[in-house]
Design a protein. Structure first.
Length: 290
């Protein structure tokens, strides 16, 4: 194996899984993003940024937020058709939305996303850090330095950058919700670098909560289990794992994005006004505490 280093401040998308993040609208078995109940105005007058909102959990969350009255900034990496579809879905809910393309592993891109949100909507109330990537490897030696840096850059550096950019605009009552994972709690033998970032995200969530709770800004997280999104069939999971994806959960199936989005909504609205530093676990019945 050739030893390589990754000293650059910013690592471009790597070629291990060239099909990622995947196109939802081209999937034969499409994830279920549709909100499952009528809106009740729980986010009326609010503005939210949802990253990775072109498809999967991000799309389901963005559309649910729109149904509940929020204006939404939809951040995505490269899948324009999916992102624009999410925008239209939000607008069909009677709300306003715009799409923002960029790699959030770059600090300048995060600054631009927040500034465009403020320029467009004049405020920011909810930040959903959902975007991320994963690259399965059977052996720890197969994880290149570029992949290691790239995974941490996309999954946790981006959260720091976005929170730093958003902080001046987050007033009392604002909410930050980070997406961690069941792999942080139970591990994943094929996703060593990914699960490590999810551990970092959980620690970041708890520590950031302590940092901001005195100013009335709540910080929580959601730790999904195996959820049917474009990420896994486009290379985020090995072919062997995809054959029985989600069957190992107590419920015996993968979850759908619209089974996860309500957790983000709960943490974004006043229903969770006495919660900060916590993690919700929509994971099909896996007991994963701690």
């Amino acid at each position: 194996m050739t030893n390589r280093t990754a000293e650059a401040e910013f690592i471009e998308p790597i070629a291990e899984e060239p099909g990622m993040p995947g196109v939802e609208d081209r999937m034969d078995s499409k994830p279920r993003w549709q909100p499952r109940y009528p809106g009740s105005g729980r986010l009326a007058g609010k503005v939210a940024i949802v990253t990775g909102a072109d498809s999967g959990i991000g799309r389901a969350t963005a559309v649910l937020f729109a149904r509940e009255g929020a204006k939404v900034a939809i951040a995505y990496l490269c899948e324009y058709e999916d992102a624009d579809h999410t925008r239209k879905l939000c607008e069909e809910e009677g709300s306003e939305a715009f799409i923002f393309r960029g790699d959030l592993g770059d600090k300048d891109t995060c600054d631009k996303l927040v500034q465009q949100t403020i320029d467009r909507f004049g405020q920011l109330d909810v930040l959903v850090n959902n975007a991320g990537e994963q690259h399965p490897d059977k052996e720890v030696e197969d994880i290149t330095s570029e992949q290691l840096r790239r995974t941490f850059q996309s999954n946790i550096f981006s959260m720091f950058y976005l929170v730093q950019a958003a902080r001046p605009y987050l007033k009392e009552g604002a909410a930050i919700i980070n997406c961690t994972s069941v792999t942080m709690y139970k591990g994943s033998k094929e996703l060593l670098d990914y699960s490590a970032t999810k551990g970092a995200i959980t620690a970041f969530t708890r520590s950031l909560s302590e940092n901001l709770v005195g100013d009335g800004v709540r910080v929580n997280a959601v730790a999904p289990g195996p959820i049917w999104t474009p990420l896994n069939p486009s290379g985020g999971s090995s072919a062997e794992k995809m054959e029985h994806f989600g069957e190992g959960t107590p419920m015996g199936r993968p979850g759908e994005p619209n089974e996860v989005a309500p957790a983000f909504l709960f943490l974004a609205c006043e229903d969770s006004s006495y919660m900060s530093g916590q993690v919700l676990h929509p994971n099909g019945g896996i007991v994963a505490n701690g």
